[in-house]
Design a protein around this ligand. Structure first.
Ligand code: CTP
Ligand code: MG
Length: 227
């Protein structure tokens, strides 16, 4: 049984408002995408890394790692979920029936090794897969339509989802395809799995594992990357 990594990197990064798609912005001499990939390229338990790229991507081929033997590139889709499903289909063409996949946002360059290890361990104990997440440090409000507070949600029950998210390849592909047919919104892998009635485990990650989304996140990521 192999463990694949799948990195959706086909987004345009509209909220970053930069010339380049955000995964190609550099921090400390390396692109965000290379930082994100390096954890998986270096990890001995990860067999192969599939990267979903935008159909018109001109930047990937210029990277030093473009021809890395552990990497397979595929074309992404119009949404993150479609990019992930395209990657899963590529994996299914060559995987053994019991392979697992770790899906990780290209835009999360500050992932640490210990979190990958913890997720692999959790996968061994969970039939429904596992995701990295962190308990909310803020008080959470449920809003009404007119932007007033309906009520306060019990913070003990609120976890903020991160990636990687770790599932059996076949189960995840089936769940996303079923979710598309049902018309549900799939914003992460777990949401597709949950919609099929399964309950993935929550593995506590670190607050450093931010998704670089808006311009101010660049500074934060550069700090976390050197610590
Ligand atoms: N992604 C993808 N295919 C898409 C959309 C997003 O592979 N069609 C990837 C992004 O490249 C990113 C990850 O999914 O690594 C998380 O998405 P997000 O942070 O929303 O990135 P973007 O969609 O690029 O940014 P924005 O939503 O601000 O446009
Ligand atoms: Mg997006």
């Amino acid at each position: 049984t192999k463990i694949w990594a799948l990195i959706p990197a086909a987004g345009i990064g509209s909220r970053m408002k930069s010339e380049l798609p955000k995964q190609y912005l550099e921090i400390d001499g390396k692109t965000i995408l290379e930082h994100s990939l390096s954890r998986f390229l270096e990890h001995p338990s990860i067999d192969k890394v599939v990267v979903a790229l935008h159909a018109n991507d001109n930047y990937w081929v210029k990277l030093k790692i473009a021809n890395h033997p552990k990497i397979i590139t595929i074309e992404g889709g119009a949404t993150r979920a479609e990019s992930v499903l395209n990657g899963l289909k590529a994996i299914q063409q060559q995987h053994g029936q019991d392979d697992w996949v770790m899906v990780h946002d290209a835009a999360r360059p500050c992932l640490d090794n210990a979190s990958i290890d913890a997720l692999i361990q959790a996968g061994k104990d969970s039939a429904h897969g596992a995701i990295l997440a962190y308990p909310s440090v803020d008080t959470v409000k449920l809003a009404n339509a007119n932007q007033t507070i309906d009520k306060t949600i019990n913070r003990e029950q609120i976890w903020l989802a991160q990636t990687p998210q770790y599932f059996p390849v076949n189960a995840l592909a089936e769940a996303i395809e079923a979710g598309f047919k049902q018309g549900i919104t799939i914003t992460d892998e777990a949401s597709a799995i949950e919609a099929q009635g399964m309950h993935p485990a929550l593995v506590i990650g670190t607050r450093k594992n931010i998704k670089v989304t808006e311009p101010e996140d660049m500074m934060l990521a550069s700090v976390w990357l050197v610590t």
